[in-house]
Structures are given as structure tokens and as C-alpha cells.
Design a protein around this ligand. Structure first.
Ligand SMILES: NC(=O)c1ccc[n+]([C@@H]2O[C@H](COP(=O)([O-])OP(=O)(O)OC[C@H]3O[C@@H](n4cnc5c(N)ncnc54)[C@H](O)[C@@H]3O)[C@@H](O)[C@H]2O)c1
Length: 284
């Protein structure tokens, strides 16, 4: 099956960007969130991102208008899912919310529709088991910012069919994405490698190996990272880092113990950029 119509559930940080990716692939893209205010916020973010791309000369006006014409948005999940060849879920990283959403996606869509999750750390096996079609469930782990990052991790659940896998690889290729296929496991490959490294940077800071600035500068200037690990943690949220490390520790053992400094900062409400303070102070 060629994917021509996509539905994206959740118009937050990731969903809004994933919607743009689907439109870039030439697909009619129906987007959903839980309230009109959130739909409006999501659409504003999409419009602002595309306008910014036009200002930077990355796309022309005609392309921006064409992409926007492919995107519709609303609050009715049944309406949006109906007729979609592929539904991509990008709701909160909470297993119960994901299972509930997949149940609704399963009930409202055609029997041959593929159901994908953008989960960062949860099992596709568990999410797919909430449906009557686990063989058509798969992980598409887009990376932030999804519209610009070239790679998507494709996660096969234990019973994901070859046909589902191939259709998704073809679809992502059409959207201009490279893919890696990884096994269903906590954090897949990228978060499994990257988050423990960030956690280790907190241990380095806690034990006084170097200042936060020096640790980050070691990675940007020495290793060529676009952002140091501590600044990166502030960007996506220390609460998210802690939740992911806890999942790793629970599922994979104490090697993945969250650094006590991360726990302390989260308890203090210093979650990073979103609260104005994390490792660094953003209040000014
Ligand atoms: N933020 C990142 O850096 C990042 C990177 C890769 C993957 N992810 C994953 O992507 C997913 C979404 O993350 P995010 O950062 O976009 O979260 P977010 O909080 O920015 O957005 C989630 C959106 O989903 C909506 N939502 C919740 N329940 C819904 C429902 N039942 N129906 C419709 N909409 C619903 C919320 O209103 C919200 O707008 C998570 O699984 C996360 O782990 C996040």
C-alpha cells in the first residue's frame, strides 16, 4: 500500500513537526488535539515554522502554501482517522494514555490502516497489544526538530509484519527521511546511547570534574556536538531525562541509575528552559 493520507494525533512539540514531514511527503495530513485552543496553538506553530523556513530561503512561498493546503486540523479523532492509510500517534509519553489512544485509533480506522507511535522509550509490543492489529503497529521515532532531523528510528514490535515495515520505510523515504530499523527495547538505539551519556555528564558535574560550561564545551568543541549534554538536558527537560533514566533502570538494571543531581534539580522544580532554570539560569 502507498501511504497517501495520514492522520497525526497530538499537535505538541513533536506532532506539529511530524505533520509538516507528512505534508512534505505529499500526503493529505489530518491533525488532532484535545481542544480547539491546542489545535490553534499547533497550527500557529506549523505556520510560524514554515514562515521561518521561507524567510531563511529554505522554501519558497508556493511550497509553504502547498504544504499548508495539505494540512487540516480538528478535535474529532474519529473524523481524522477515518480514511487514513497511516495514523501517527504523538501524545504524552505515558503508557496508559498511549494504550487508550491506540484503542481509539484501532476502532476508528480502516482494517488495513497502519498505526505508528512516536514513543521515545515505551514498548511497541505493549502499545500494539491494546489493538486488534498488532501486526500493523510500529514505532516511528522522529527526533526533535522532526521537520529538520534527517533520521527516523523505525521500531518493529515482536509481531510487526514485513509488509507494515516496508510500507513505513517507503513512506518515510518519500518524506525525505533516512531510517534505521531497531528492535523493540527501552530507548531503542539513540536514546539508549545518548541519555546515559547526558546522565554521566551530570555525574561529572556533581563530582566536580569540571564546571557545567567546561563539560559542555568539551563536547561541542572537542567532539563536535551541536549542543553540550547539560544544555541539551535543559532544552528537552530534566523531568523527561529523569523519567527516561528511571525506565532504563527499571527495565535494564542499575547501570542506568539516574544521577542524584538530576533528581535534586527536578525536585527543586529546575526542569530546564521550560521553567527558566535547570543546569543553567534562563531567567534573564
Ligand atoms: N520532545 C521531544 O524531544 C521528543 C523527541 C522524540 C520523541 N518524543 C515523543 O513524542 C511524543 C510527544 O512528545 P511531545 O514532546 O510532542 O509532547 P507534547 O506534550 O509537546 O505534546 C503532546 C500533545 O498531545 C496532545 N494529546 C494528549 N492526549 C491526546 C489525545 N488523547 N488525543 C489527541 N491529542 C492528545 C496534548 O494535548 C499535546 O498537545 C512522546 O511520546 C515523546 O516521548 C518527544
Amino acid at each position: 500500500m502507498e501511504i497517501k493520507k495520514v492522520c497525526v494525533i497530538g499537535m505538541g512539540t513533536m506532532g506539529s513537526q511530524i505533520g509538516i514531514v507528512c505534508a512534505k511527503g505529499g500526503c493529505e495530513t489530518a491533525m488532532v488535539d484535545t481542544s480547539s485552543a491546542l489545535v490553534e496553538r499547533g497550527m500557529k506553530n506549523i505556520q510560524a515554522f514554515l514562515k521561518g523556513q521561507e524567510k531563511k530561503g529554505k522554501i519558497d512561498q508556493e511550497t509553504r502554501e502547498k504544504l499548508l493546503s495539505l494540512i487540516t486540523a480538528g478535535t474529532d479523532i474519529s473524523d481524522a482517522v477515518y480514511n487514513a492509510d497511516l495514523v501517527i500517534e504523538a501524545v504524552f509519553e505515558d503508557i496508559e494514555v498511549k494504550k487508550e489512544t491506540f484503542k481509539k485509533m484501532d476502532e476508528a480506522s480502516r482494517k488495513d490502516t497502519i498505526l505508528a507511535s512516536n514513543t521515545s522509550t515505551l514498548w511497541i509490543a505493549e502499545i500494539g497489544a491494546a489493538t486488534n492489529r498488532p501486526e500493523k503497529c510500529i514505532g516511528t521515532h522522529f527526533l526533535i526538530p522532526a521537520a529538520l532531523t534527517p533520521l527516523v528510528e523505525v521500531v518493529r514490535g515482536p509481531v510487526t509484519s514485513d509488509d507494515t515495515h516496508k510500507t513505513i520505510i517507503d513512506f518515510l523515504g518519500k518524506c525525505g527521511k533516512e531510517t534505521v530499523t531497531v528492535a523493540d527495547s527501552p530507548g531503542f538505539v539513540i536514546n539508549r546511547l545518548y541519555l546515559p551519556m547526558i546522565n554521566e555528564a551530570f555525574f561529572a558535574l556533581e563530582t566536580g570534574l569540571a564546571s557545567a560550561e567546561e563539560i559542555d564545551r568539551s563536547c561541542t568543541k572537542g567532539l563536535g556536538y551541536p549542543l553540550g549534554p547539560l544544555a541539551a538536558a535543559d532544552a528537552f527537560g530534566l523531568d523527561i531525562l529523569l523519567a527516561c533514566m528511571k525506565t532504563f533502570q527499571r527495565e535494564l538494571g542499575d547501570k542506568y541509575r539516574p544521577c542524584p543531581l538530576v533528581v535534586k534539580l527536578v525536585k527543586a522544580g529546575h526542569l530546564g528552559r521550560k521553567t527558566g532554570r535547570g543546569v543553567y539560569d534562563y531567567s534573564k
